[in-house]
Design a protein around this ligand. Structure first.
Ligand code: 5GP
Length: 197
């Protein structure tokens, strides 16, 4: 069956504090058939190991502002002094073509998607403990000490926001990666069944 014949895809939002393992989770979810990744645009400079076009589209603040003004983003947010946004057009094209679309975005973006695309599945990933989050971020060695403490401070706020906003129906603790991924796949499948009934 070609994607077009069967069904409309599901929009899957994955959020959670920096360092909870969202990207590893998303990479595993991308191994499923008919699943694509929403490439965000950001004004943040690339980290050492990131490749343009895969993790992010790296743009200037001017370009970001122009695209935002023109309505080019499904959602966008400022996170630790950088802008991040989801280009609108590729998401809806992929959904129309029957692909599930994975978006890894922050809680401000999750709230916008909850309003604009209420049929999306929104999942918030929690660390087992705040100590484990700190250890993970430190071990990653991708941020300066200043950036790291900003991201840790942000984490508390994000968890509170996710709980209070009502934008996330699913909270998943990422302890063992494969178990977390299996749980998320279970959520996606049961939401798909529910929406097709
Ligand atoms: P990082 O700089 O670690 O790649 O991402 C920082 C935060 O921005 C993470 O919480 C990530 O999920 C979020 N993020 C990445 N892309 C987008 C986007 O397109 N929109 C929004 N709202 N947040 C994003």
């Amino acid at each position: 069956m070609s994607p077009k014949e069967g069904r409309r895809g599901m929009l899957v939002v994955i959020s959670g504090p920096s360092g909870t393992g969202k990207t590893s989770i998303c990479n595993k979810l991308l191994g499923r058939e008919r699943t694509v990744w929403s490439v965000s645009a950001t004004t943040r400079p690339p980290r050492g190991t990131e490749v343009a076009g895969r993790a992010y589209e790296y743009v200037s603040r001017e370009e970001f502002d122009t695209r935002r003004r023109e309505g080019g983003f499904l959602e966008w947010a400022e996170y630790v002094a950088h802008l991040y946004g989801t280009p609108r057009e590729p998401v809806f094209k992929a959904l129309d073509d029957g692909y599930d679309v994975i978006m890894e975005i922050d809680v401000q973006g999750g709230e916008q998607v909850a309003k604009k695309v209420p049929e999306s599945v929104r999942i918030f990933v929690l660390p087992p403990t705040m100590e484990s989050l700190k250890a993970r971020l430190e071990g990653r060695k991708t941020e300066s000490a200043g950036q790291l403490s900003k991201r840790l401070a942000e984490a508390d706020g994000e968890i509170g926001f996710a709980r209070d906003s009502g934008s996330y129906e699913h909270f998943v603790v990422n302890d063992v990666l494969d178990d977390t991924v299996a749980e998320i796949i279970g959520i996606i499948e049961s939401e798909r069944e529910r929406s097709s009934r």
